[in-house]
Design a protein around this ligand. Structure first.
Ligand code: SF4
Length: 220
């Protein structure tokens, strides 16, 4: 895939979808971390509901959540899948952030990307995708989180190689786009995956970027 073609895909997606303006005020790194842990293998609506339940019951701070009773966190997260594991992770991660980072994650904005990424990945329940979401959305770091939609769509479009792992897809996308566009690339590929490039039956005929796609399915 050439950069020129990749940019054409981005421009077409920008014309197709409207991205909501993002405010950073309520999105501390810790809040983003907790939302992202809840969202693992969970639909957006249930993630939002679980986070709302948690926010009503507790302050979303490492101090409050490390001291919270696990059963009460579980109760809040019941609407999300794997709620017992997630409650355990949230409590553990909060405790570690209290002990290791004095209850504060705001320092991640001022640290070099790879250094802070490695530090986040050491936390329980935090893999590369969760770390990249926190870094992109709450620390304005130049990284592209690769979720299931971004992975599938990138490979079908030829923005990444078919058998690439998480890091290979991330590096491929980051090489094709400029840093200021990373957030839009992430968001727009998710929207394309949800609305057209579905896992099972991609809607290739209606897809806005089908003219750039090597995997386009032609219907008879
Ligand atoms: S043409 Fe089909 S396979 Fe290609 S991006 Fe669009 S929906 Fe996905």
């Amino acid at each position: 895939m050439t950069r020129k073609r990749a940019v054409k895909i981005l421009l077409t997606l920008r014309k197709t979808f409207t991205l909501q303006k993002r405010t950073t005020s309520s999105r501390t790194p810790f809040r983003t971390l907790i939302v992202t842990i809840i969202s693992q293998n969970t639909a957006d609506g249930n993630t939002a509901k679980a986070f709302e339940n948690l926010s009503k019951q507790f302050q979303i701070t490492p101090e409050a959540l490390s001291n919270a009773e696990k059963s009460k966190i579980e109760e809040c997260l019941k609407v999300a899948g794997l709620y017992r594991n997630k409650a355990k992770t949230i409590k553990e991660v909060s405790k570690i952030i209290m002990e290791k980072f004095h209850g504060d994650l705001t320092w991640i904005s001022s640290m070099p990307l790879e250094e802070v990424r490695n530090a986040l990945i050491q936390l329980p329940g935090v893999g590369p995708k969760t770390a990249d979401v926190v870094l992109l959305f709450s620390a304005q770091k130049p990284t592209i989180p690769i979720d299931t939609h971004v992975d599938r769509v990138s490979k079908r479009l030829g923005l990444a190689t078919r058998n690439g792992n998480y890091e290979a897809v991330r590096e491929s996308l980051q090489a094709l786009y400029t840093q200021k566009n990373y957030l839009d690339v992430h968001m727009l590929l998710i929207l394309l995956g949800r609305e057209y490039c579905k896992a099972r039956n991609p809607l290739c005929e209606q897809c806005p970027v089908n003219m750039f796609c090597q995997s386009r399915r032609v219907q008879n």
